[in-house]
Design a protein around this ligand. Structure first.
Ligand SMILES: *[C@@H]1O[C@H](CO)[C@@H](O)[C@H](O)[C@H]1NC(C)=O
Ligand SMILES: *[C@@H]1O[C@H](CO)[C@@H](O)[C@H](O)[C@H]1NC(C)=O
Ligand SMILES: *[C@@H]1O[C@H](CO)[C@@H](O)[C@H](O)[C@H]1NC(C)=O
Length: 324
């Protein structure tokens, strides 16, 4: 009690108002999980014996995936998130103080403590793979693909490693896809990846001239679904009546409520003039005006996940065409 009052007095006297120091030291701990980093910090020495104070921290770090600063207020001295290891990792922490020692108002340290960690510059210049991307085909199997850099030595070998929270350590691709002897993809059918979980990937490589530059990526696979192609749509035609087109959702386990569709309607009139129209819809049917004499109407559909079920999706392939 006595000692904390003395320290409080010291804090107040220091600058005429209450001030608090920023945290002592920030550390960034990389346990080899391909960009999942832990940030830890220690309280300022001037606060260690202050029992009457409530201490919190304001953590700010540059999120290279979202390209913006993330701000977190926390009581803890550690926090983890995902970083792109090929970019700078920039972390700042302020001390926040409240309780009887500040007359119960929150104050923040005037400055922050900061660390900036530069990416390791290992690897031959411009040797990293290009166009890395994954597709969760019909929510059944994930396939990731990439292109070898044209600047990497011909005899280089490529590797894909991945990690997510449930895995103790990184694992290597279970089934490489190769073309002309070069690894250019990975098939996860045998070892399915979890959805709604950050999955971290690294594609790196070795060559007689030295290691290739690694590429890192972190994704949640439910945002990379490509539905299967729908069966050919069915057309109901009665002379002089509107054309009623209907179709089925793609086979498989994607719930119907998660899909949206696009119908492509091509009308060819007797002179051979084409008219093309694309209609977005959440339904699995659509009415078109009655067909005129001697005109030809063709329809095909494709689907993707709607915004209520995923943050992103790929269009399926077009169905076969139905004509009238
Ligand atoms: C502490 O806060 C209370 C209520 O906001 C105020 O009335 C009082 O004057 C403050 N005391 C000091 C020492 O600032
Ligand atoms: C605040 O802290 C940063 C990093 O710790 C330092 O570079 C900067 O000079 C400090 N600013 C002030 C005003 O003390
Ligand atoms: C590729 O990355 C994995 C996982 O971090 C690592 O164990 C391996 O040594 C790396 N290989 C090369 C050739 O850099």
């Amino acid at each position: 009690m006595m000692s904390s009052k003395v320290v409080l007095l010291a804090i107040i006297l220091r600058c005429g108002g209450i001030q608090v120091d920023p945290p002592e030291e920030i550390k960034i701990i990389d346990s080899g999980h391909l960009g999942h980093l832990e940030m830890t910090w220690t309280p300022p020495a001037s606060l260690i014996h202050m029992q009457e104070c409530l201490i919190r921290y304001q953590l700010e770090y540059y999120n290279t995936y979202r390209q913006s600063w993330t701000v977190i207020k926390t009581i803890h001295r550690t926090y983890s998130d995902q970083f792109d290891l090929m970019k700078d990792v920039q972390v700042r922490v302020y001390t926040l103080l409240s309780g009887p020692c500040t007359n119960n108002t929150w104050i923040r340290s005037a400055n922050y403590t900061e660390v900036v960690q530069n990416p390791p510059s290992t690897g031959l210049q411009d040797s990293e793979v290009e166009d890395f991307g994954c597709v969760f085909h019909n929510m059944e199997k994930t396939i990731c693909m990439w292109k070898k850099s044209s600047k990497s030595p011909t005899s280089s070998q490529l590797y894909l490693y991945y990690w997510y929270t449930e895995l103790e350590k990184t694992e290597e691709c279970p089934d490489y896809i190769t073309k002309n002897g070069v690894r250019r993809g990975c098939n996860f059918t045998e070892k399915p990846l979890p959805d709604f979980t950050d999955v971290n990937f690294c594609v790196n490589g070795s060559s007689p001239e030295g290691p290739l530059k690694p590429t890192y990526m972190s994704i949640q696979i439910q945002n990379y679904v490509k539905p299967a192609r729908s069966d050919k749509p069915h057309l109901q035609t009665l002379k002089g009546a509107p054309l009623k087109l209907h179709w089925m959702k793609p086979h498989g386990k994607i719930p119907g409520r998660c899909l949206e569709y696009e119908v492509e309607h091509t009308r060819v009139d007797p002179d051979g003039k084409h008219e093309l129209q694309r209609i977005p819809t959440m339904l699995t049917n659509h009415m078109f005006p009655p067909a005129g004499n001697n005109e030809r109407n063709c329809f095909k559909v494709r689907s993707k996940l709607n915004k209520y079920c995923a943050m992103g999706s790929f269009w399926s392939a077009w169905s076969h065409t139905t004509c009238h």
